[in-house]
Design a protein around this ligand. Structure first.
Ligand code: FBP
Length: 359
């Protein structure tokens, strides 16, 4: 829910003046990310403030990547590196830059003892940080890579889990965990504005970066996803690869059925984060389903599906493989893939019924 006063502010006014007006008219200073988290943490006995610092570090990474993206076409960081990553995908220069930014920022934080990324075959362990550092970070440094060179929306996805063992250092396998073990998760959206959206298990909040003051300000508190939407997000070009159930479900969305709000409109940006963000605010469903020759689909469980599933569930939505809850999927490999059906609870339930041939 946007603060009603935002609409009234004269667009041409300098940003800082806008903020001052916001302050005086909102009756309180706009809530910064760090202030909001501190307030939230104060209500939880035993909170150490470490999660607050970790989320602030995600925010810092967001500012640095946003800065690169804003002038990407001017500073020779478009195009590819010529390398192929562990996913078998061509590596974009921006993928590498974003990956390095996360690595440096979280090594610097002193709060994580291990990290794993979509862009790196193996995790990176920080032995010098253990055992003080009790967190491990998994991330997709730049989501929507096919959008990098055409100024389309991009994102980054993060998932934090705890490593509290004092008897030994973390190993690569310790990063492979079920979605229900996450302690914080969320994403950065690099759209017309830069946003940080996260959950620590007490609902979902969205912050918008105010570039004039370089602060994330609370713009979407306690986001609730509508039970049903009017949009669906899927790469229809893959239709021939889908199971009969998936085809039947997507076809049903295109039927004229006013009573059930159909047909739905298709919205597919090529960026999972952007499509899920739209659905989080307005309802609907995103699908990257299993395929006949690739039943596990394309998206990665640990640093794409799990964090977004927790965010959407915390907002009242649902995330499924088509046959089971994403957060209950047994994690076996770091770069494990999983079909992802995510969004409004009623829409995901419908999809599951078709995919399981119950409709
Ligand atoms: P990346 O993290 O490598 O970008 O892959 C994920 C993704 O780009 C999603 O953001 C997007 O929804 C999907 O893959 C697009 O895949 P396709 O081009 O096969 O539709």
């Amino acid at each position: 829910m946007l603060h009603p006063l935002n609409e009234g502010i004269n667009r041409s006014l300098p940003t800082l003046l806008k903020t001052v007006i916001l302050t005086t008219t909102m009756g309180q200073f706009p809530l910064t990310l760090s202030r909001f988290i501190a307030q939230e943490q104060a209500t939880h006995a035993g909170a150490t403030g470490e999660l607050a610092r970790l989320l602030a570090q995600v925010g810092l990474v967001g500012k640095l990547i946003a800065q690169d993206l804003r002038c990407a076409g001017l500073i020779d960081i478009l195009g590819t590196t010529g390398g192929i990553n562990v996913q078998g995908e061509t590596v974009k220069k921006l993928d590498e830059i974003a990956n390095e930014t996360f690595l440096k920022a979280f090594h610097e934080s002193g709060l994580v003892c291990a990290v794993a990324s979509e862009e790196m075959e193996n995790p990176v362990l920080f032995p010098e940080r253990w055992p003080q550092a009790q967190y491990m970070l998994l991330f997709d440094p730049l989501d929507g890579s096919s959008n990098t060179d055409c100024n389309m929306p991009l994102g980054a996805i993060f998932s934090l889990v705890k490593f509290e063992r004092e008897d030994r250092m973390p190993t690569d396998d310790d990063l492979v965990h079920k979605g229900t073990e996450q302690v914080a998760a969320g994403y950065l959206l690099f759209g017309s504005s830069t946003m940080l959206v996260y959950t620590v298990g007490q609902g979902v909040h969205g912050f918008t970066l105010e570039p004039g003051i370089g602060e994330y300000l609370l713009s979407h508190k306690q986001i609730r996803i509508p039970a049903r939407g009017k949009v669906y997000s899927v790469n229809e070009g893959n239709n021939h690869k889908w199971t009969a159930g998936t085809k039947k479900y997507v076809d049903d969305l295109k039927n004229t059925d006013k009573a059930r709000g159909k047909p739905y409109s298709v919205r597919y940006s090529g960026c999972l984060v952007a499509d899920v963000h739209r659905i989080l605010l307005g309802g609907g469903i995103y699908l990257y389903p299993g395929e006949l020759d690739k039943p596990e689909g394309k998206l990665r469980l640990l640093y794409e599906a799990n964090p977004l599933a927790w965010v959407v569930e915390q907002a009242g939505g649902k995330a499924s493989t088509g046959t089971m809850r994403i957060l209950d999927v047994e994690a076996k490999r770091l770069h494990q893939r999983v079909p992802l059906i995510i969004g409004s609870a009623d829409d995901v339930r419908d999809a599951e019924e078709f995919i399981q041939s119950r409709r």
